[in-house]
Ligand binder design. Structure first.
Ligand SMILES: [Zn+2]
Ligand SMILES: [Zn+2]
Length: 136
């Protein structure tokens, strides 16, 4: 299926708007925000729309926290993520891997690389500041 095959329905428009304006929301967060814009829209419709958008390459599904709900990303081009292990916020980032090192690794392992995605775990600025200045 290519992206032009997807008709733009109000539900799809609303889901895409939510994905563009929020940072890697979960399906439940998308649902909540879409229902704000389009009262009465059902959970099944929103979840099906998310799945369709991912299938059509207009959104990406992201699993960064083991056991957590999947998150959705409007940016489908290759990019990496900074993942806060405290507030679970996910921020876009670009990490450049050394091409020479990748070549070496591919040579040593006979692994045919087709892409990579880096998740860097740690604490976001807010959480890092909070842990340096505990309010106790
Ligand atoms: Zn955080
Ligand atoms: Zn992203």
């Amino acid at each position: 299926m290519n992206s032009s095959a997807l008709r733009v329905t109000p539900q799809r428009r609303a889901v895409l708007d939510v994905l563009s304006s929020s940072d890697h929301p979960t399906a439940a967060e998308v649902l909540e925000r879409v229902q704000h814009q389009l009262p009465g829209v059902g959970a099944a419709t929103v979840y099906r729309t998310l799945a369709l958008l991912v299938e059509a390459g207009q959104a990406a599904m992201l699993r960064v926290h083991e056991g957590d709900a999947a998150r959705y990303d409007r940016t489908v081009e290759r990019h990496d993520h900074l993942v806060c292990t405290e507030c679970r916020r996910v921020t876009d980032a670009q990490v450049s891997l050394d091409a020479h090192q990748l070549d070496q690794l591919a040579g040593q392992s006979s692994f045919v690389m087709t892409g990579y995605e880096v998740h860097i775990y740690g604490r976001c600025a807010k959480c890092a500041a909070a842990s340096e200045n505990p309010k106790e």
